[in-house]
Write a protein that binds this ligand. Structure first.
Ligand SMILES: Cc1cc2nc3c(=O)[nH]c(=O)nc-3n(C[C@H](O)[C@H](O)[C@H](O)COP(=O)(O)OP(=O)(O)OC[C@H]3O[C@@H](n4cnc5c(N)ncnc54)[C@H](O)[C@@H]3O)c2cc1C
Length: 363
């Protein structure tokens, strides 16, 4: 019987693994990718769809086609548990899939702990495909009051993109951005100042240091008692771990799967994890696609090494990283460390990088 590497989730990291094992097959091993969606959308370009610069299908990667091109089995299913003794991943339909090596790249979900009504009354930005599917309804409602909850890069980008799109469509929507702390907390103060002034210029009401306590169908309630009327609430809150990870028996760190720098879980050397769903113990990094992308080559190398019984190499994601935030029109801000630059050229540069990324996985 051939041995089997099961890749759970078609996130940024696993896309690269499908490609890597397709280009350099692992003798005696079958690769299986398990994903609840056949089509995944690249999040980095999602604000561009909101702004009207891209069509939703510009972002799409067809996992089944990618797998077929790289001699990988595609299984459309959602993993809901792991039986480590039997070495099987349990699926939502009650069946299970056998693995010899297992890798998790299942992303994160918007944090809503303690926010009553969030699940019922807000549209989360993730899964991206679901969010973009709801866009027509947003843009079709005349003069809505829209509240974006979450002051990280995704929330800020989406608020500015919405303003751009609605203005072009002639909608004078009242748009608010609510952040539990300061906006763009992980970025330098100069970038925060830049975006505060941009949001003010674009008439996006910014409410900082205001944790949300509840989301109703027609309002967002803040912990300090304030209430913001809302016809539509978008949820761009920070990354939280998918709930089912807590039932896997794997050791967690802040709710995410705790891994060594080799990307092996602390609990089981044959189970790996990367991207948003993982946390390398002692090397905390923000939950950003850039780290999920960077994890691709070391994860591929270490899965291969484990399969071939060779020593694994530790990986330390770099501290400084490039963040590029679009500002609504075809204009963006690139940030690295304490430095940032702005301009239309930054948007076109990001556009090229993003399009190349999607094209790479469209065989
Ligand atoms: C609007 C928006 C814009 C963003 N822009 C940027 C940006 O410009 N730069 C940046 O660095 N970061 C950005 N981010 C953050 C970025 O999206 C995440 O950090 C990144 O997607 C994490 O990648 P990942 O590989 O961990 O998981 P994901 O890309 O989220 O992929 C996880 C996959 O796993 C699948 N999955 C989930 N659960 C299961 C399960 N139980 N079984 C099987 N499969 C499962 C999902 O269907 C999904 O396809 C943005 C986020 C949003 C919401």
């Amino acid at each position: 019987m051939t041995k089997r590497i099961v890749l759970v989730g078609g996130g940024h990291t696993h896309l690269q693994l499908v490609e890597a094992f397709g280009k350099r097959p692992l003798a005696g091993w079958t690769i299986v990718l398990v994903s609840p969606e056949r089509i995944v959308a690249y999040s980095g370009m999602a604000p561009g769809v909101v702004a009207g610069h891209y069509r939703p299908d510009d972002l799409e990667i067809d996992l089944e086609r990618l797998c077929a091109a790289h001699d990988t089995e595609f299984r459309r299913a959602r993993v809901v548990g792991i039986d480590r003794n039997a070495r099987r991943a349990g699926l939502e339909d009650g069946s299970s899939i056998r693995y010899d090596l297992l890798s998790l790249d299942v992303g994160s979900v918007p944090a809503t702990a303690g926010v009553a009504g969030a699940a019922e009354n807000a549209l989360p930005l993730k899964p991206i495909g679901h969010f973009l599917g709801g866009l027509d309804a947003i843009l079709g409602t005349p003069k809505p009051r829209i509240v974006v909850v979450g002051g990280g890069p995704a929330g800020v980008e989406v608020a500015l993109a919405l303003r751009h799109r609605l203005r072009h469509a002639g909608h004078g929507a009242a748009l608010s951005l609510v952040a539990a702390g300061p906006i763009l907390e992980d970025l330098p103060a100069g970038v925060r100042r830049y975006f505060r002034s941009l949001l003010a210029q674009r008439h996006v009401q910014l409410i900082e240091n205001a944790p949300v306590s509840a989301i109703a169908a027609d309002a967002v309630h803040l912990e300090d008692g304030r209430e913001i009327a809302s016809d539509l609430t978008l949820l761009a809150t920070g990354a939280a771990p998918p709930a089912w990870l807590a039932r896997t028996g794997l050791q967690l760190s802040n709710g995410f799967v705790a891994v060594h720098p080799t990307l092996q879980t602390l609990t089981d050397p044959d189970i790996f994890a990367a991207g948003d769903c993982a946390e390398i113990v002692g090397i905390p990094r923000p939950k950003a696609g850039v780290f999920a992308v960077r994890a691709g080559p070391p994860l591929a190398a270490n899965l291969r090494a484990r399969a071939e019984r060779r020593p694994l190499q530790p990986w330390s994601p770099q501290k400084k990283y490039l963040a590029v935030l679009a500002t609504g029109p075809k204009h963006a801000v690139a940030v690295r460390g304490r430095f940032f630059v702005t301009g239309r050229w930054v948007w076109f540069w990001k556009d090229r990088i993003d399009r190349n990324w999607v094209r790479r996985f469209r065989p």
